[in-house]
Design a binder for this molecule. Structure first.
Ligand SMILES: [Zn+2]
Length: 96
């Protein structure tokens, strides 16, 4: 069985969140520690982003900004990334 690795990221270690337009794949990066204006449309192709998803992203970034300012010595908050499976590379055939 290949080894599994549980990756965790401290929320305060996050630099930015990337929003990618599904139509043209242009990308925006938002620093998580700052309050930002969320775009309502893609800057490149002008595809409109839906209101519900834009509001959810704004709430998420606001929560990250609040967390970046919070100081509580009693606990730590981390993201747990999905376990990654690392299969060993195939071995070359052995020579007799
Ligand atoms: Zn676009």
């Amino acid at each position: 069985m290949p080894p599994e690795h549980l990756m965790m990221i401290d929320l305060k270690a996050l630099g930015s969140i990337r929003l990618e337009c599904n139509k043209c794949h242009a990308a925006f990066s938002f620093r998580v520690a700052e309050k930002v204006e969320i775009p309502l449309q893609c800057f490149a192709c002008k595809e409109r982003f839906t209101g519900e998803a834009v509001m959810a992203m704004k709430n998420l970034l606001d929560a990250f900004a609040a967390w970046a300012q919070a100081h509580d010595p009693t606990f730590t908050l981390r993201f747990e990334m999905s376990p990654m499976m690392h299969a060993a590379p195939p071995r070359p055939p052995s020579k007799p």
